[in-house]
Design a protein. Structure first.
Length: 351
């Protein structure tokens, strides 16, 4: 039996129509700027977010790091939360490649006080590292796919303008925030100087992210991309998958959100998740009070045909996506409920 893979929304396989679009893609040498499918994808994404330009990159990490390098000069400082992807999962790239110093506020998912962030901004001065930019994550991975409210982001934009610092959005799953809250992508776009958006998380494309910003910053980022080995040739084959995903897989993210809510509802009786905290396609299981830890849960679930992820000793993650249907979610509910019940968690019965 095929496992129900809930480790991440990056595990999806291209659909048959997406493969057809890839096979039929018109291509050229993108290093020479001659791939029409890449150019069309970049123009489309820039327009969706109301910016002048976009740059196709092979990964979200590269898109994020290019954004940070165009906003923060070497020796400058980036502020973000302690659980942010740019400082947690990107192999120290900001320091290694950008010469960027980072300072963080305590991680609280998609929650922050702009006044607290404002108080952290350091001006240039005697031996101080000046703050050049602030980064936020929408949706927030380690916050359980939580969504920053629009009012919070607007306040953060005002703070950035007053402090004279840049504002970056790691929008790997900003599509989910757009679907969950109904905020237009262009409204998100006008709040940020740079955005990094991913096509392979949730949307079902096999690879690819884009950096979105002004034409001047994108020109600078294109040169930096080449330095980092990100220049690609007939990459329209991949860009075609992204264009297909945007045209066919965006609105259906609501299905993933509903399936994540179903998982949370089924597992809530075991005291590991509050269904009200699940807004998008990520379900975090807090095993602090459970009789088994996250690695043990992952192993037990794998043995029964459900794949989950561990974000820490007592924190497990489930992510719904294009390749998990209602039947797969129900199977996962039954398996995980049985494991938690066997471990003596909560008061719920397996279902």
């Amino acid at each position: 039996m095929t496992p129900v893979d809930l480790r991440s929304d990056t595990v999806t396989k291209p659909t048959a129509p997406m493969r057809e679009a890839m096979a039929a893609a018109e291509v050229g040498d993108d290093v020479y700027g001659e791939d029409p499918t890449v150019r069309a994808l970049e123009a489309e994404v820039a327009e969706r977010f109301g910016h002048e330009a976009a740059l196709f990159t092979p990964s979200g990490t590269m898109a994020n790091q290019l954004a940070l390098q165009v906003l923060v000069p070497r020796g400058g400082e980036l502020l973000c939360d302690a659980g942010a992807h740019v400082v947690t999962y990107e192999s120290g790239a900001a320091a290694a490649y950008g010469g960027i110093s980072t300072r963080t506020w305590p991680a609280a998912g998609a929650d922050l006080d702009p006044e607290v962030v404002a108080a952290m901004v350091r001006p240039a001065g005697f031996h101080m590292v000046p703050t050049a930019a602030v980064a936020v994550e929408q949706t927030h991975l380690r916050g359980g796919g939580a969504v920053f409210p629009l009012a919070t982001l607007r306040a953060l934009r005002r703070m950035a303008d007053e402090a004279g610092v840049g504002l970056h959005c790691d929008g790997a799953r900003i599509w989910h925030a757009h679907v969950a809250d109904g905020v237009p992508l262009a409204e998100y776009g006008q709040l940020f100087d740079t955005l990094a958006v991913c096509l392979s998380k949730g949307l079902g494309a096999p690879v690819g992210s884009l950096l979105v910003s002004s034409a001047a910053r994108i020109a600078q980022a294109r040169a930096l991309r080449a330095r980092m080995g990100g220049g690609m040739r007939q990459v329209g084959i991949l860009a075609a998958a992204g264009r297909y995903a945007l045209g066919h897989h965006l609105d259906r993210l609501a299905d993933d959100h509903a399936r994540a809510a179903r998982l949370a509802e089924a597992l809530a009786p075991y005291g590991v998740v509050d269904p009200a905290s699940v807004r998008t396609n990520v379900v975090l299981l807090d095993l602090t009070k459970a009789a088994l830890d996250a690695p043990a849960l992952v192993v037990a679930a794998r043995e029964r045909g459900v794949l989950a992820g561990a974000l820490g000793p007592r924190l497990a993650r489930l992510v719904t996506h294009l390749d998990v249907d209602d039947a797969g979610v129900e199977r996962a509910c039954q398996v995980l409920s049985a494991i938690l019940a066997d471990a003596g968690g909560g008061t719920g019965a397996p279902r």
